[in-house]
Design a protein around this ligand. Structure first.
Ligand code: GUN
Length: 282
């Protein structure tokens, strides 16, 4: 029987847990506040930002919106980040990506105080993840780990293949699976015989950003298939990096798109905000 890993239910559960934690913080006289920074008005980014603010409302996290024009200079954004870093009322800072071409995303990531880096993108937080120290972890891979855990899927001793090696998703994903004692392989655009590698996976994570790329030929019978991609197909439907219809009869468990990993990213962002706020209080 195919297990469809329900991102909607799991993310709702996490947001409810966060809501309780925020209530407890408030009862102790502390609030939790996220600053959401958007540069320009890219429509896709506006939707993401709106969803993040909605999740803040639901969980009781205060959100402060900071909007800069699309032609803002890098220095202007860095000054804003600096102001938010020093603002004791702000616990988390999220700068929505992608940024316009005149701004160096890496410089912005490094400018955010690691204690307020709720995206978990700062090299200090990535380094902590690498050496197994507690820090803020990138939301999408952290969300995948919660999906596995809450679906009763153990990583221990499993062959895990992560296709994609981005700093924000693929690399932290592999590190988290390794932390749970998976045997991890990173595959990427230069990998030879990709199919031979993915077919060995007990847990296959598709994070390469190619619509419906992973077909049943890439999947071992009975594998757990996690789809991190999100694309709009020519017929205007949302789809992932996995060809769901083709893979569903071969996999033992799969995350759908929509309704899978995407919802987890926002839930884990909320969770990171509370984590950051609690750490800052100590
Ligand atoms: N743009 C798309 N996904 C993300 C994300 O997780 N964080 C940020 N900051 N920008 C994004």
């Amino acid at each position: 029987m195919l297990q469809i890993i329900d991102g909607k239910a799991i993310s709702a559960q996490i947001k409810d847990e966060v809501k309780k934690q925020v209530e407890k913080c408030k009862a102790d006289g502390r609030s939790v506040c996220l600053a959401v920074v958007q540069v320009g008005d890219d429509p896709a980014s506006s939707i993401y930002v709106r969803n993040k603010k909605k999740a803040c409302e639901y969980t009781g996290i205060e959100s402060v919106s900071c909007q800069l024009p699309g032609d803002a200079a890098q220095e202007e954004l860095l000054q804003l980040v600096d102001r938010l870093n020093r603002d004791p009322e702000v616990n988390g800072i999220l700068v929505q990506f992608p940024l316009p071409p005149q701004i160096d995303e890496d410089a912005v990531i490094r400018a955010i105080s690691p204690e307020k880096d709720v995206d978990g993108f700062h090299p200090e937080n990535v380094g902590k993840l690498c050496v197994g120290e507690e820090g803020l972890i990138s939301c999408t891979p952290a969300g995948v780990m919660e999906m596995l855990k809450r679906s009763g899927i153990s990583v221990e001793g499993k062959e895990c293949v992560v296709v994609g090696r981005s700093n924000h998703v693929g690399k932290p994903m592999g590190l988290l699976l390794l932390q749970e004692n998976g045997t991890v392989t990173f595959a990427h655009s230069r990998t030879k015989d990709l199919r031979e590698i993915t077919k060995k996976a007990d847990i296959l994570v598709a994070a390469m950003g190619k619509p419906r790329f992973i077909t049943s030929e890439y999947v071992k019978e009975g594998a757990v298939v996690i789809d991190i991609g999100i694309h709009r197909s020519p017929d205007n439907k949302l789809c992932g990096d996995v060809d769901f219809e083709d893979v569903k009869d071969k996999a033992a468990a799969i995350t759908p798109v929509p309704g899978g990993v995407g919802l987890m990213t926002v839930a884990m962002l909320m969770s990171n905000c509370v984590k950051a706020a609690m750490k800052q209080e100590v």
